[in-house]
Ligand binder design. Structure first.
Ligand code: SF4
Ligand code: SF4
Length: 219
């Protein structure tokens, strides 16, 4: 299972590339993108934004491909503000709804609506990564924003934790693609709603202070 997960984290971006190419031959395939719209929200009821940091093929594309040429600069506050995120959710769902309505009864037309949304938003993410970091899109992705909102109510509160062994060196903060400062959670659960649980902070921490169940073990 772990092996499979590792492979997924390394190569699932290939699914995005296959989707982009294969849908050109039959736009009905574009409708499969609905999986990536619904899944993050369902997962967030149990594990917060775990989908975004581990299972999303587009997130994987940003991590494994786009990060290689990203500017790696902090994302501006405006792009992660609640106002901007609500605006993006409303805009995207209005465009999506109108597109589906116009093409009702025409599977290829509806597939084209999905396809267009995926391609355009992925391109926006790529362009923004040239100015900021490779996960800039994930700061205001409509499905990510809805998942963050839902994760306030998640059932499984098991999230990463920061033990008291943290020495505040802030290496984790520099590594976090979501602009979170894990060190601020010292002695607590890292339950920020936008934590995508990518574990980049945990891997970077020289004190091994971040992980699951660290509070019990290292207090
Ligand atoms: S990298 Fe580890 S020790 Fe350093 S601030 Fe972050 S949690 Fe604390
Ligand atoms: S806090 Fe850690 S696990 Fe959460 S998004 Fe940032 S680097 Fe990833």
């Amino acid at each position: 299972m772990n092996k499979l997960f590792e492979l997924w984290k390394k190569y699932s971006y290939a699914l995005l590339l296959i989707f982009v190419v294969v849908s050109l031959f039959d736009f009905r395939i574009g409708m499969s993108a609905i999986i990536c719209m619904i899944a993050p929200v369902i997962v967030s009821f149990f594990k917060g934004r775990f989908w975004c940091g581990n299972l999303c093929p587009r997130g994987n594309f940003y991590d494994n491909v786009v990060s290689k040429f990203s500017k790696n600069k902090p994302v501006p506050k405006f792009l992660k503000s609640t106002f901007f995120r609500i605006l993006v959710v409303l805009f995207m769902f209005t465009m999506f709804g109108l597109g589906v309505k116009q093409n009702w009864g025409n599977p290829a037309g509806i597939g084209m609506v999905f396809y267009r949304i995926i391609v355009i938003t992925t391109l926006i993410g790529i362009i923004l990564s040239l100015f900021y970091n490779h996960r800039t899109w994930c700061h205001f992705c409509p499905m990510g924003s809805i998942s963050a909102f839902v994760s306030y109510f998640r059932k499984d509160k098991k999230v990463l934790e920061v033990s008291n062994s943290c020495v505040n060196c802030k290496i984790c903060t520099k590594k976090c693609p979501m602009g979170i400062s894990p060190n601020e959670y010292k002695g607590n659960a890292l339950d920020h709603p936008d934590c995508i649980q990518c574990t980049k902070c945990a891997i970077a921490c020289p004190r091994n202070s971040i992980g699951y169940d660290t509070l019990e073990n290292k207090k």
